[in-house]
Design a protein around this ligand. Sequence first.
Ligand code: GLP
Length: 233
Amino acid sequence: MNIIRVKDAAEGGKKAFELIQEGLNAGAKVFGLATGSTPETLYKEMVASDLDFTECTSVNLDEYVGLSGDDDQSYRYFMNKHLFDQKPFKATFVPDGKAADLDAECASYEEIIANNPIDIQILGIGENAHIGFNEPGTPFDAPTQVVQLTESTINANKRNFEKVEDVPTTAISMGIGSIMKGKKIILMAFGEAKAEAIANTINGPVTIDVPSSILQNHADVTIIVDEAAASKL
Ligand code: GLP
């Protein structure tokens, strides 16, 4: 694992952007993208740049079940607002949280991932070390599936909703197996709340209790951490 320590989220976004730029120049065409506050500084850099993504495809990690793309709490809405509306891609994929048949939606998302092998995967991390919405206990080989969110995740994400009851309790998440197929993985983590998850990711045993620990088995992982997130390393 390559660990890059930065001062803060702004510097972390710049570092991640440099890696995206290098990848794009080297021919990367498919980007696995993440939501949450963590990648916002990266998306700002991408939007401000003159890089051209119109020949590129993006495949997002996850979406809340029950929210449509025009709901301002949905991850589709977040991606449009922070990136795609300003920096167009050839095609952008986010699971459909309003699909009538969620299992069929998961199966078709698996196909999308198979048809668009991810060159660079961006990840944030949950306080309980979830990646995507793969909560502790998720088998490492689980495919895209509907997942039950843990109390810890619901509490961490409630800041974006008016009240905790509004936070969906289920989501569609790309599986860890698909995340691990990304050729290059960049995980970003900022702030004290992520310090323990980061220490367990890098120095702990590889266990499904710490979903991100599987990244120790990937050949090309870069972890970008600010001082606070690195404080337990
Ligand atoms: C959600 C997302 C994750 C993200 C995590 C952390 O649970 N599904 O992909 O990494 O939140 O969010 P934040 O970056 O806001 O701390």
